[in-house]
Design a protein around this ligand. Sequence first.
Ligand SMILES: C[C@H](O)[C@H](O)[C@H]1CNC2=NC(N)=NC(=O)C2=N1
Length: 95
Amino acid sequence: MTEKLTDQSLLDPLLSQGWTLRDDGAAIEKTYTFANFVEAFGWMAQAAIWAEKLNHHPEWFNVFKTVKVTLTTHDVDGLSELDVKLARKMDKLAG
Ligand SMILES: C[C@H](O)[C@H](O)[C@H]1CNC2=NC(N)=NC(=O)C2=N1
């Protein structure tokens, strides 16, 4: 079962990697900028496969070569370790 994130130390490394905590504290957000649209969409395709594997899905918005990502866990109305996991994976995939 998914539980709300209580361990701030899991969040801190993400906050120093360009992720920010949404005002309501229920989500983290990051905007990735790629070299071009193909790079952006290629990254989204890879991230989508991981999201499906983790059964945890991003909210995201793509404009040309940027992708704005919001991660939250709907099941707990806030953040969970799954958001941390997916954020780490997304960063890794973005290089
Ligand atoms: C039934 C299914 O496991 C759930 O709806 C999963 C699917 N993907 C999900 N993604 C996200 N971001 N939050 C969830 O709570 C969530 N729940």
